[in-house]
Design a protein around this ligand. Structure first.
Ligand code: C5P
Length: 210
């Protein structure tokens, strides 16, 4: 049997992570959240006092990254995401992370990876590619609710919306592996879908190729 590699890409806060995790567990496949790699590099860059806009220095940090240590829950936070998107524009950073992702994707049964460039760069031959979107307003609303539910009181929807938009612009506007759907990706707009409906829609896409 051909391994089932599923690439799930999309902008920040579109719900890719939740969806990818559920899809992986449904098809009993290993799952990699590739955003965590960039988040961990960003964190390490900050810790080491490296300038996040220095491509070479950030690349050196990425090459030294201990990929076994991606469990720190604060890596998932909003601030870590901002820093991740700053260091993710650098070619040396992206190149340093390719091999780990491709090795993960090559596991014999298949794998689910989520990120920005899985279908376009990391796994161009993935059997299923899903590009998850939602309007910036919906994503900002979800992100705001999530932060508030985690007890944050300093959160303002308008500011989150501005950040979502600026992250989109940075991720889609960069030269290296910009955020965009692969030509053969299935678009899944979750603006009007709850998690259960988005999950059903994703499974319907996967089941068509099985
Ligand atoms: O998906 P997540 O929000 O965790 O990603 C954080 C940042 O890491 C993104 O905004 C993007 O700039 C970068 N990233 C990337 N390529 C990936 C995954 C994440 O450039 N495959």
């Amino acid at each position: 049997t051909v391994p089932l590699t599923i690439a799930i890409d999309g902008p920040a806060a579109a719900g890719k992570g939740t969806l990818a995790k559920r899809v992986a567990s449904h098809y009993q496949l290993p799952y990699l959240d590739t955003g965590l790699l960039y988040r961990a590099v960003g964190r390490q860059v900050a810790k080491a006092g490296v300038d996040p806009d220095d491509a070479e220095a950030a690349g050196a940090v990425a090459r030294d990254l201990d990929v076994g240590h991606l469990t720190d829950p604060t890596l998932r936070g909003h601030e870590a995401g901002e820093l991740a998107s700053r260091i993710a524009v650098h070619a040396p950073v992206r190149e340093a992370l390719v091999r780990f992702q491709r090795t993960f994707a090559a596991s014999p049964e298949g794998a689910v990876l989520d990120g920005r460039d899985i279908g376009t760069v990391i796994c161009p031959n993935a059997r299923v590619k899903i590009f998850v979107t939602a309007s910036a307003e919906v994503r900002a609303r979800r992100r705001t609710d999530e932060l508030v539910s985690h007890g944050r009181t300093d959160i303002d929807y308008a500011r989150i919306l501005a950040e979502v938009k600026s992250r989109d612009a940075r991720d889609a506007g960069r030269t290296m592996a910009p955020l965009k759907p692969a030509e053969d990706a299935h678009l899944l707009d979750t603006s009007e879908l709850d998690i259960a409906s988005a999950f059903r829609a994703a499974c319907a896409i996967v089941d068509r190729v099985l």
